[in-house]
Design a protein around this ligand. Sequence first.
Ligand SMILES: Cc1ncc(COP(=O)(O)O)c(C=O)c1O
Length: 365
Amino acid sequence: MDKQKLIMLPGPTNVSDRVMKAMLNPIINHRGDAFRELYKGVLDRTRHLFQTEGEVVVLTSSGTGGVEAAVENLVRPGDAVIVPVFGEFSTRLAEAVEIAGGKAVRVSSDFGTAPTLDQLKAAMGAQGNFKAMFLVHNETSTGVAIPYVEEATRLARAHGAFAVIDAISSLGGYAIPVDKWGVDVCITGSQKCIAAPPGLALLSISDRVVEFLKKSPPKTRYFELPRYLEYGSRGETPFTPALPLYYALDEALKELLEEGFAKRVQRHDRMSEMLYGGLADLGLKAVAEKSVRSKTVLATYYPQGVDDAGFRKALAHDKDVVIAGGFGPFKGKVFRVGCMGQINEAYVRRTLKAIGETMASFRSS
Ligand SMILES: Cc1ncc(COP(=O)(O)O)c(C=O)c1O
């Protein structure tokens, strides 16, 4: 087996021993009392994460399943849906809307930038009537975070539309208080800022969405949210849950709440500042402008001539630090560092040192 490396990917990320060990809990009947107790605890803690009194659901699926659940439950054939598109994950989101038969109204900006709030406002005004806005908060592919989630949510609601936020790579590192902001569905994944293993998607669901689904049941079985809500009310999931992952998620959420949500968010602030500063000191340029740069995913340009695959391989092999490459137009030109979950000063220092030393050897070779 590979020795444990420092995982500085934009997910999955480092998981504590405490959380890993939780997966050794016994297999139990998922229709029995022990699971009901476990799942009710998970749902309570998930409510804290989303800062909601409303409904939440945990799906046995990666984040993509969570996004698909939101799309399939809300979008009906012919529905217009506003989708800011500024990277790979927002592109996929627009495609998911189209697969569901919706009309994706793309509000696009170049990869590495974000559409402005004015652009979004104009697109909503021009469209007039639309079913929902689906907004990726943090474009993991480019290291760009939308600074106006609350305002965008308000705008969508003022048009009578649902506001759906993909916060897969941000919630936990950022706070998205869904009740306060009026977010209808917020989606996150277990493997990012929550610092649990990959494999679970967490969703908050507003009362408005619950009411809508009563009148207009979705055409999906595995992701049929009303079914999850019905089963969830008695501490069960409709289909067999990935039990060890639920144990792990429960433990990871306990860790998060023991630290305190606000403190965890501040830690992400501090660690990302330190990482951006350290990378700049190495003479490396961030992809995103400061006003939209993400504090959970840092995308950074390589200096001219540094080979992406070779650099990342050397970093992983010689320094035991694992980072990610670029996506789409940034492939080969950019590397990405995750600043998520367990991130701390020691990890940041080790990562910066490893990048600095490896970059120096690539520059001189
Ligand atoms: C913003 C965003 N949306 C969706 C996804 C897809 O999640 P998953 O790979 O867990 O299916 C990711 C994964 O990185 C993401 O960062």
